[in-house]
Write a protein that binds this ligand. Structure first.
Ligand code: ATP
Length: 322
């Protein structure tokens, strides 16, 4: 067997652990393993390179992806995908492991629909992928966010200021919600719950009245009132509200951390499981973690499904902020 592995979409800490596990577990099966540079763009360009066990040494502790990633609009077309399959056939590749998030797994699903054996590995810092309760990169992103929040709280307390920190997550509020709770935010704003900026201002005012030395708002980038929206509101009503807001947008910093233990372990388990699924002939699936166990979910289900966020945690956050 010849099996190729690629990383696609947003890079996520722990992807390298997954690449290492795919390659070494594949070698363990007696297969020849290949790396594809720059995701689906590299697949269409026939950018394959044989990977031995030594080639994936010393990468587990690195953030990002040693294979590189890319966003490839051409792969969304049938012609693009035909080109990719042609290149894989030319190289004699029998199966593909695609490590990535929603877009990547939509691409995997399309490849599987064209009868090419593919297994997806759940990896995105946004944790918005159906089929895995937690995805590679989320734990590290949360820890990076928490470090920023803790630091902002120190300076906020010294000056008695209100701070707002915006976290990435595309249209999903998971990272903002969890980091907000674990960081002890006074207010959390996520896309899944409609929030009135006036309520956020009241929350901050109440925090000061209760004698808190600081006030911290955590917002998700995808929220209707994200950093830009809330900052504009607070600026416009500064006189009436009686305080202003210092804004920090964490952006891609959140993605670049050294992978935590949890992400190295998750990448390792999911990477090895992808190989086990191929060995069993069970392709066209996404490997992830469901209810604490390794799980393979058909890609059709993954693409059609929508991951639900437990918004009751927002109420808990409100109670704990008192
Ligand atoms: P993240 O959410 O962490 O950024 P992602 O995998 O969702 O990761 P995207 O940029 O959405 O990142 O997708 C990565 C790549 O997957 C795209 O550049 C494209 O090549 C491929 N892809 C996305 N959508 C489709 C689609 N509908 N059909 C085929 N391929 C797709």
């Amino acid at each position: 067997m010849k099996v190729a592995v690629l990383t696609s979409g947003g890079d996520a800490p722990g992807m390298n652990a997954a690449i290492r596990a795919v390659v070494r577990a594949g070698i363990g099966q007696g297969w020849s393993m290949y790396g594809v540079r720059h995701g689906y763009a590299g697949l269409m360009a026939g950018n394959f390179r044989p990977l031995g066990a030594r080639d994936v040494g010393e990468i587990m502790q690195l953030g990002g992806t040693v294979l590189g990633s890319a966003r490839s609009p051409e792969f969304k077309t049938v012609d693009g995908r035909r080109k990719a399959i042609r290149e894989m056939n030319k190289e004699g590749i029998d199966a593909l492991v695609a490590i990535g998030g929603n877009g990547t797994q939509t691409g995997s699903h399309e490849l599987a629909a064209m009868e090419f054996p593919v297994v997806g590995v759940a990896s995105t810092v946004d944790n918005d992928l159906y089929g895995s309760d937690i995805t590679i990169g989320v734990d590290t992103a949360l820890n990076v966010a928490l470090e920023a929040i803790d630091r902002l709280k120190v300076t906020a307390s010294s000056h008695g200021r209100a701070f707002l920190v915006e976290l990435m997550g595309r249209d999903c509020g998971y990272v903002a919600l969890m980091a907000g709770i674990a960081g002890g935010a006074e207010a959390i704003v996520i896309p899944e719950v409609e929030t009135d900026p006036e309520d956020v201002a009241n929350e901050i005012r109440r925090a000061y009245k209760r004698g808190k030395p600081h006030a911290l708002i955590v917002v998700a980038e995808g929220a209707r009132y994200n950093a830009a929206g809330l900052a504009a509101f607070f600026k416009e009503h500064e006189q009436r509200l009686g305080f202003d807001l210092r804004v920090t947008v964490l952006g891609h910093v959140q993605r670049g951390g050294t992978p935590t233990y949890a992400d190295r372990m998750l990448g390792t388990r999911l990477g090895a499981e992808a190989i086990h699924q191929i060995a069993r002939g069970n392709t066209g699936v996404l490997v992830g973690i469901r209810q604490g166990e390794l799980a393979a979910t058909p890609l059709g289900e993954v693409v059609a499904g929508k991951k639900q966020l437990d918004t009751s945690l927002l109420e808990l956050a409100g109670i704990l902020a008192k």
